[in-house]
Write a protein that binds this ligand. Structure first.
Ligand SMILES: *Cc1c(COP(=O)(O)O)cnc(C)c1O
Length: 441
């Protein structure tokens, strides 16, 4: 064989074979996100040059457009998703001595704001197929102090609202959607963010809907909306400031007394540069996520029947994975003779797929934050000091959540439906699955 011939060595790349993905480093375009064009840049620049950087007019336009797109009556932009979740919890009445229910597998901001409000968290299991809260593990956790269930549409997957909403109604508990992973995901014909009583979504730079730092609260309930305004948007509660005209009449007498000061003692306004970018991003978002869905569905159809791998996606009519944020696959080690997911991922990475890592968010129910942290100098852990009872849970209490990290792996977050490239990435997973026996020692 001459030096000019390319030698494709068969076998796993981790054992010296030729990687399945060639020239992976040139795929920056395939994965780059968010897609920013001159239109975004001009919109942001216009704010910078306007002398109105801290106003609210663009933000209100963004809110109206976002609400219309999603199908919600009200939208309220916040400085980040965490602030939106905090406000949503407060709006739902979460306060001193109360409890929320939240899955253990999620980002900390789904749960931690409860502690800021003097409440505590009862963590629930996830369904290992959807990676969202397990509807069968909710009802027995609802007690007299439970005010809200935080439902996370995890990794773009809509939760089981058909089961969750009736439970919440039956017990008079509010449902707060954490939609930070699922902007644009559809659940049986309705968009995520419209399914619970209220929703909050992060729009930080890494998310599917990304505008730098920001968040969006959405609800159909004018009372919840008004409470969120009063909580963190003091400039909209009937008192003019230097920067903002009065635009929001607060109808609730109880809130009216405090107008002009935020009831959170914190400021939650979104900055206008992010709002300007958000308006541009929203125009293109439906087409861009449709392309992502085509690409990732293509990837999964190439892997149909491959042992050890299953798509993490919703299989219901009129349902989608939105922007497929934090794209995951389900790993079934039993079909690969018990090969640990870490080892599987290591071999896939050697094939040129850098995004293939094991697991998902770390467990919250065992985290020292919820077991030990004394946030307010009360001489005992905050989660205990604020509870009516000690709600701390051990790893065994949520065994599905504790073990799910061994059954989930990362897949490439394709932004463009480029068949040739996607075929190579799928080939990497298929090759490792088919040679899994060689990875066990
Ligand atoms: C990112 C994220 C948040 C927090 O949003 P920030 O904008 O970073 O404050 C909340 N929940 C989930 C599930 C997230 O992924």
């Amino acid at each position: 064989m001459t030096a000019h011939q390319t030698t494709r060595k068969s076998g796993l790349a981790i054992h010296g074979g030729t990687p399945a993905v060639t020239a992976a480093e040139s795929d920056r375009r395939l994965f780059h996100w968010p897609i920013v064009t001159d239109e975004d840049v001009q919109a942001v620049e216009a704010v910078m040059r306007s002398g109105q950087m801290s106003s609210t007019d663009l933000t209100k336009q963004f809110e109206a457009e976002y609400a219309a797109w999603q199908g919600s009556r009200h939208a309220l932009a916040t400085c980040n998703g965490t602030a939106g979740l905090l406000a949503a919890m407060w709006a739902c009445g979460v306060g001193a001595g109360d409890e929320i229910i939240c899955p253990s597998i999620t980002y900390w901001a789904s749960a931690a704001p409860a502690l800021t409000l003097g409440a505590t968290v009862n963590f629930a299991e996830i369904d290992p197929a959807t990676l969202c809260i397990d509807p069968d593990d909710i009802e027995h956790r609802i007690g007299s102090r439970t005010k809200a269930i935080v439902v996370v549409n995890y990794a773009g997957h809509p939760a089981a609202y058909d089961r969750i909403l009736p439970l919440a109604r039956k017990h008079g508990v509010k449902v707060i959607e954490d939609n930070s992973h699922a902007h644009g995901s559809m659940y049986k014909g309705r968009m995520c963010g419209t399914l619970g009583d209220i929703a909050a979504a992060s729009m930080m730079g890494g998310k599917s809907f990304a505008i730098g730092e920001g968040g969006m609260i959405t609800t159909d309930d004018p009372k919840l909306y008004e409470r969120c305004v009063a909580f963190g948007h003091y400039e909209r509660t009937g008192v003019p400031s230097n920067y903002n005209p009065v635009d929001q009449q607060v109808h609730d007498e109880a809130l009216l007394r405090f107008q002009g000061l935020p009831l959170s003692a914190a400021k939650h306004r979104m900055n206008q540069m992010c709002s300007a970018m958000g308006r541009v991003q929203l125009k293109h978002y439906p087409a861009r996520i449709a392309e992502i869905q085509k690409a990732i569905n293509r990837f999964w159809s190439l892997l149909e029947g491959v042992p050890g791998l299953r798509p993490h996606r919703i299989d219901e009519p009129n349902s989608t994975m939105g922007g497929w944020y934090f794209s995951r696959g389900l790993y079934v080690p039993e079909e690969l003779d018990g090969l640990p997911v870490e080892r599987f991922c290591e071999a896939v990475r050697a094939e040129g797929v850098m995004s293939c890592g094991p697991g998902l968010n770390r467990l919250l129910h065992t985290h020292p934050f919820f077991h030990e942290a004394d946030l307010f100098g009360q001489g005992q852990p905050t989660a205990v000091a604020f509870g009516q009872r000690d709600v701390r849970q051990s790893a065994d209490d949520l065994s599905v959540s504790a073990g799910v990290g061994e059954r989930v792996l990362g897949i490439p977050w394709f932004k463009h439906d480029e068949a040739d490239r996607i075929e190579q990435y799928a080939a990497a997973y298929r090759k490792v699955a088919e040679h899994a026996g060689e990875l066990k020692r």
